[in-house]
Design a protein around this ligand. Structure first.
Ligand code: IMP
Length: 427
């Protein structure tokens, strides 16, 4: 059986949770490989509606093992809260495992995220303030604490002591705030460790074993391609790689094991936080989409910036990830619009370009070139067969497929699992 990676193709919030929940019904292992609780994956299924931040969206499939991979930044308090909520609502979490290599979000990371954002003033990134950037900074600086460290209390104390001394110098001398207490952080994290111990283990071997048994493995992306620190709109990005390439690094799976890469695209674009978004609609249509689709951040509640589908960015995303197919989500949101636009190129200094520039100031200068299509102005949420979609909706989907050179595997027309059209088989 194959490995399928499900990847955010835009600026996050594309609806990956729903797609993973759907595919997970046939999977044996589902692995989150990047990000942390900055992510918010909404899943609506027979158990109810859930907003998952760390637990993989496959947790509702009773046959599946869920793994929080080494590439994820784990806030143990958030994770425990999520496990408790799932248990209270009847979802079994004994099948949830956390890589012993996954880095932990510590209280100073959350403090520093806020302090750094404040210091950036007008140039703030608009982070979720969950401590993500500082955690990955420490990983690269070799100052991180990993989940496996919680399993040896003595060694953990020694490491925390060393790191906290260093962090307290930064907190007090650079930012002028109070230091954190070693005793308090230590005892709090020891409690987390005791609670999470049954879930913490070496997890890359679990993937290998599943593949040897010929079982389906799903790699669940978080955030989106244009938030990647290398290929996104840097520095207005997140700090771990949401790309298909990142799925190997963040799970311990070899790149040659991935068979299919499904890019999840919203039928329009949204972005939350700062940074350029060439097709952003600052007008009534943008507000209409936001209100109709309730485009507010799952994690922070911030209003999302809404805009037309950007095929230039989509082609870039398809190339960087090697998408073998797309999942188009929230097509039903467009039901209400009489005319639709797709950005097919950018105007830059009087020239037409068809690539996504690396330089931030250049992206900011890009003016979208639009192609206009007729809307369908008819409900689609009840439709399950592609052929039953209104002609204009099929034309819209076909144009997205053409512009990205990628077949649409799935089309989502509502939040529920069954509100899905299976157009082209993934495998
Ligand atoms: P951070 O990941 O919290 O450091 O935030 C960095 C940028 O990524 C900000 O613009 C956030 O709004 C954005 N971001 C992080 N996670 C998500 C997500 O799950 N969906 C959408 N945007 C996100």
């Amino acid at each position: 059986m194959p490995v399928i990676a499900v990847i955010g193709a835009q600026w996050g919030d594309e609806g990956k949770g729903k797609i993973v929940d759907l595919l997970a019904q046939e999977a044996k292992i589902i692995v989150r490989f990047s990000g942390g609780d900055n992510a918010g994956h909404t899943v609506v299924n027979p158990y109810g509606e859930f907003k998952l931040h760390l637990v993989p969206s496959g947790i509702f499939s009773p046959q599946a093992i869920c793994v929080i991979g080494n590439g994820v930044a784990v806030n143990p308090s958030v994770l425990i809260g999520e496990i408790d909520e799932l248990n209270q609502r009847g979802v079994d979490t004994t099948r949830l495992f956390i890589s012993d290599r996954a880095h932990l979000i510590m209280p100073y990371h959350i403090l520093l995220d806020g302090l750094e954002e404040k210091l950036r003033g007008g140039k703030a990134i608009g982070t979720t303030r969950k401590g993500i950037g500082p955690t990955y900074t420490d990983k690269a600086a070799r100052l991180g604490i990993r989940s496996g460290d919680l399993l040896d209390k003595e060694a953990f104390l020694e490491r925390l002591h060393f790191i906290l001394d260093y962090k307290n110098i930064i907190l007090t001398k650079v930012y002028g705030v109070s230091p954190l207490s070693l005793d308090e952080v230590y005892s709090q994290y020891c409690q987390y460790g005791e609670r999470l111990a049954p879930h913490i283990r070496e997890t890359s071997m679990m993937l290998e074993e599943a593949l040897n048994r010929d079982e389906l493995v799903l790699l669940e992306g978080a955030q989106g391609t244009l938030l990647d620190p290398d290929f996104g709109t840097y520095p207005y990005t997140t700090s771990s790689s949401p790309l298909a390439g990142g799925s190997c690094l963040g799970s311990g799976l070899s790149p040659i094991r991935i068979n299919r890469i499904v890019g999840v695209f919203k039928a329009y674009c949204t972005r939350v936080g700062g940074g350029p978004m060439p097709t952003e609609l600052k007008d009534e249509t943008g507000s209409l989409i936001r209100e109709h689709a309730h485009e507010y951040g799952t994690t922070t509640g911030r209003p999302r910036r809404c805009g037309w589908f950007d095929a230039v960015a989509a082609r870039f995303s398809t190339r960087i990830n090697g998408f073998t197919g797309m999942a188009i989500t929230r097509l039903d949101i467009l039901d209400i619009l009489p005319r639709l636009k797709i950005c097919v190129g950018y105007k830059l200094d009087g020239q037409t370009i068809d690539y996504f520039p690396a330089n931030l100031a250049t992206v900011e200068k890009c003016q979208p070139i639009y192609e206009e299509l007729s809307g369908w102005q008819a409900p689609t949420s009840h439709i399950r067969q592609y052929e039953q979609l209104p002609l204009e909706a099929r034309q819209y989907v076909a144009r997205l497929e053409e512009l990205t050179s990628c077949p649409a595997n799935l089309i989502s027309v509502g939040a529920q699992r069954e509100q899905t059209i299976r157009k082209t088989p993934i495998l």
